[in-house]
Write a protein that binds this ligand. Structure first.
Ligand SMILES: NC(=O)c1ccc[n+]([C@@H]2O[C@H](COP(=O)([O-])OP(=O)(O)OC[C@H]3O[C@@H](n4cnc5c(N)ncnc54)[C@H](O)[C@@H]3O)[C@@H](O)[C@H]2O)c1
Ligand SMILES: N[C@@H](CCC=O)C(=O)O
Length: 542
């Protein structure tokens, strides 16, 4: 047991590297990309100390070149999921009582492995398997993942440090126990950092985990697993299963020891899983913690006082970075008539200047969308907009899946503020704009609030402080992350805790102490120094 009250290193955000020509990081990431492109990996299930090849495999391909196979991964059967749970529960015996500083050291080491020896590999894997351009890979797979690991260690110690009052007669203590059972982490394709953070944050707090990554992120998930192993996460603490999401989830939910779910993904899946947990609630040993960050229909609203160039840049970067595949991506905008001419011209100029293609060419701003299902869905909405009288495509609108799943950044202007693409999350490079009359500012704020079921991110651009204040109040429940004079994407751990409410999730703010609190079950301990030996109150003896 520790013989000191230890302090962890102060968490600092990882600086973003530039990847400019002739930098060492540029050479390293391109070398790693080539190596991965020209070899094939075979990813097993990771259960306890075993790496299991079930023989039932799927190919991993690059979204920007979908015939190019970069590896295979093995699919779990029900028995593997059961085995993963059994291994997790076995590992819990040692892990749940491992001193916190030992757990902290593992995850601090993992952060340094990402920052140094694994940086080029995890970025390159994110470029190959998820088609991120190098800047998007760097801010996600390297920097955000490192920040999650470093800051969560610091938040963990803040939580442990939060203790109740005592007096001379007693000492009150709270210990933050891991949950009694195991945590199930389900992760999305679009952020390598989220894939790493969901299992790691629960494990850091002393929990054991069954992790099911997205089928479209296995390629970079393999690097995360390598990092956890090298950092010293003991066997069985994080068990990884791939395959049929429904079967895996149903099997997990059958276990009486299921103690919590750490989910990020789409709203309909989360609601479905929540419903299943609800129907089995009497079956579980404890009430499972349900944490889910889900979809968004994120907005930008410009006030007539806004700077047109700032607005158009916010729209273009907010909507089209990583092909709009961020839960935070701007996908509906409200622009006053008086600014529209300038904003429109600038958007069209910017979008036409964007290069699209493989992420290996670092000059490409836009690459492919994640898979055929997403491509087909986006194409159908774009085709619909071409036919609808209340919609007009002002730039983009083409798509091609012959080599990769390429969809041009597309801007739809609609005269109908409730047009389908103003309300529905498409999760791709499609932005819809509604132009409002300047005099209808207050009505438009109401429209922003009422148009979508989501409440994840949103932004207002304005030079008028009264308008900023009015929007901040009117939209207080419309976004969990609200931006003033900035695009609604790019939250940084330690700076803008991230998460939304309404249909966007439980708003437990990934990368914050609020989130880590969901993975502990506090026990209060009262120790009395002079224990009473007489039941009578003092006055009863008089
Ligand atoms: N709010 C946030 O912080 C945040 C962050 C990233 C992504 N997202 C959201 O995630 C979505 C995009 O990611 P995606 O396409 O990977 O989402 P998705 O919902 O398709 O998949 C997410 C995970 O759920 C699994 N899954 C799918 N069907 C399931 C089922 N029936 N039962 C159990 N698990 C199932 C998938 O295999 C994957 O691991 C978007 O809606 C986006 O807004 C939200
Ligand atoms: N943290 C990211 C969003 C993650 C969701 O996809 C951002 O703020 O852009």
């Amino acid at each position: 047991m520790p013989k000191g009250i230890f302090h962890v290193p102060n968490a600092v955000n990882e600086p973003v590297k530039s990847y400019a020509p002739n930098t060492p990081e540029r050479k390293a990431v391109l070398d790693a990309y080539k190596t991965m492109w020209n070899s094939k990996i075979d990813v097993p299930l990771y259960i306890g100390s075993e790496e299991i090849k079930t023989g039932n495999t799927k190919n991993m391909t690059a979204p920007h070149d979908h015939k190019h196979v970069v590896g295979t991964y093995h699919l779990a059967e029900k028995s593997h999921v059961e085995k993963a749970i059994a291994n997790a529960l076995e590992a819990r015996k040692a892990w749940s009582s491992t001193p916190w500083e030992q757990r902290a050291a593992i995850f601090l080491k993992a952060a340094e492995l990402v920052a140094g020896p694994y940086r080029a590999r995890i970025n390159a894997a994110t470029m190959v398997g998820q088609s991120k351009n190098v800047h998007q890979a760097e801010i996600d797979a390297a920097c955000e993942f490192i920040d999650f690991l470093r800051f969560n260690v610091e938040y963990m110690t803040q939580i442990y440090d939060d203790q109740p009052n005592s007096d001379q007669t007693m000492w009150n203590r709270v210990e933050y126990r891991p949950l009694e059972g195991f945590v199930y982490a389900i992760t999305p394709f679009n952020f390598t950092a989220i894939a790493g953070n969901l299992p790691a944050s629960a494990a850091m707090m002393g929990n054991v985990v069954v992790w099911k990554p997205s089928d479209s992120q296995v390629f970079s998930a393999k690097i995360i697993i390598d990092i956890f192993k090298e950092a010293g996460v003991p066997d069985g603490v994080i068990n990884v299963v791939f395959g049929d999401a429904q079967m895996i989830t149903d099997t997990v939910l059958e276990s009486r020891d299921f103690a919590g779910i750490h989910f990020t993904g789409s709203t309909h899946v989360f609601k479905d899983v929540w419903g299943k947990i609800g129907t089995k609630i009497s079956h579980y040993k404890t009430y499972p913690r349900i944490v889910g960050e889900t979809g968004g229909k994120d907005f930008i609203i410009a006030h007539p006082s806004a700077n047109a160039k700032q607005v158009s840049t916010g729209i273009v970067r907010g909507a089209f970075e990583f092909q709009g595949q961020k839960c935070s991506a701007a996908s509906r905008a409200y622009i006053p008539q008086s600014l529209w001419g300038d904003v429109k011209e600038q958007i069209i100029t910017d979008v036409k200047s964007m290069k699209m293609g493989s992420p290996e060419d670092l000059g490409n701003f836009v690459t492919a969308v994640i898979h055929e299902g997403s491509f087909d869905k986006l194409a159908s909405y774009i085709d619909q907009a071409k036919n609808d009288a209340d919609a007009e495509i002002i730039v983009g609108g083409n798509y091609d899946k012959s080599v990769g799943y390429f969809v041009e950044p597309t801007v739809i202007v609609t005269t109908n503020p409730k047009y389908k693409t103003m309300e529905t999350e498409l999760f791709g490079p499609v932005m819809t704009i509604y132009v409002y009359e300047d005099a209808k500012w207050a009505e438009t704020l109401k429209l922003v609030d009422e148009t979508s079921e989501y409440a994840l991110t949103g932004a207002i651009f304005s030079k008028d402080r009264y308008a900023v204040a009015e929007a901040t109040k009117a939209l207080e429940n419309s976004a969990g992350n609200f931006y003033i004079n900035d695009k609604p994407t790019g939250a940084v751990v330690g700076m803008q805790p991230f998460g939304g409410a309404r249909a966007s999730g439980t708003n437990d703010k990934a990368g914050s102490a609020l989130n880590l609190l969901r993975w502990v079950s506090p026990r209060t301990i009262k120790e009395t120094f002079i224990t009473p030996v007489d039941y009578r109150y003092p006055f009863l003896g008089e």
